[in-house]
Write a protein that binds this ligand. Sequence first.
Ligand SMILES: *Cc1c(COP(=O)(O)O)cnc(C)c1O
Length: 393
Amino acid sequence: MSYNVDDKGYYGEFGGAYIPEMLYPNIDELRQNYLKITSEPSFQEEFHQLLKDYVGRPSPLYFAKRLSEKYNTKIYLKREDLNHTGAHKVNNTIGQILLAKRLGKTRIIAETGAGQHGVATATVCALMGIECVVYMGEIDIARQAPNVARMKMLGAKVVPALSGSRTLKDATNEAMRDWINNPLDTHYIVGSVVGPHPFPDMVARFQSVVSEEIKQQLLEKEGTENPHYLIACVGGGSNAAGTYYHYLDNEDVKIIAVEAAGKGVDSGESAATSILGKEGIIHGSKTLLMQTKDGQITEPYSISAGLDYPGVGPMHANLYKTGRAEFIAITDDEAMTAGLELSQLEGIIPAIETSHAFAIFEHKTFKPDDIVVVNLSGRGDKDLQNYIDYFKL
Ligand SMILES: *Cc1c(COP(=O)(O)O)cnc(C)c1O
């Protein structure tokens, strides 16, 4: 049994492409071409050259000595926070813009929640000299002002989404609408392993460089490619998908997915999608989705703008359903405390999304000889004001 995608775009019962007919030509063009184009040697060469010289890969695998001592286990951090633009998202946007160029597209659109994907998209559009429009919920625009300024500085147009909860899912709706209206010249750079097939698989492949590097780096440091545990936070699921990708079918390696519980899983203010979700369709994909009894999408909540999405990628829905991954929900308070602890034990201020992954060590005990790899998905500069307000710094 494989936990990866099948040729119809399904992970078990999840995934597929549930799209309005008007989006069919765009999705079909991608589906027909993405594997062919991304496997061409010239594509791979340009992709890896940019990851190396522009993003700064490989990102280090760092042994966190003080954190390891505190929790009496061996903790390694995969330093995606050191990437250009400060998170893992740029791995995907570089891949997609190279693909878009080869498909002859001259305009890029994107949606963003925390603003990290918007910045990563605006960055690669500037790099390639391509027009860029980013949709962002009005609420997120207010709570992520530094990233909005970055996008504008990079030459992107930021369009506020004014409907619904005015956060990520509404921005995604607006971007889909734009794409339907501009099918020929526009590519929609989806920012996570969500959306209709082939997006989840395509994004997972671009992010899989993370686990490719972990294998090599762990072999050098520990004499084995396989850690005992892999841990990542899950919003849509792209940094987690990249972390797990080359280990999915190796069940010796345990997988832990950390979701945002917000104010508590049962508080009504949460984004613990897998635990609270029921099967449903969101943004073109069948997955686990937070919804009411009659199928209305529930507004998610998390202190971190990057995790408050009511769905989760179909790969993760399947990892949850099959039990391949253990899912743990972490509250706002637990995440903030873990973020402060990482800052003061290791001198690394993580993004609040990432802080959720670190709260695992207060929830679960690992053995002294366990090798535990945590994906440090992003840095906390963008969240400084939130940390300041929370801790009254
Ligand atoms: C966007 C973001 C996430 C959540 O998105 P995924 O697709 O689940 O990875 C997590 N961490 C950081 C730093 C982010 O910017």
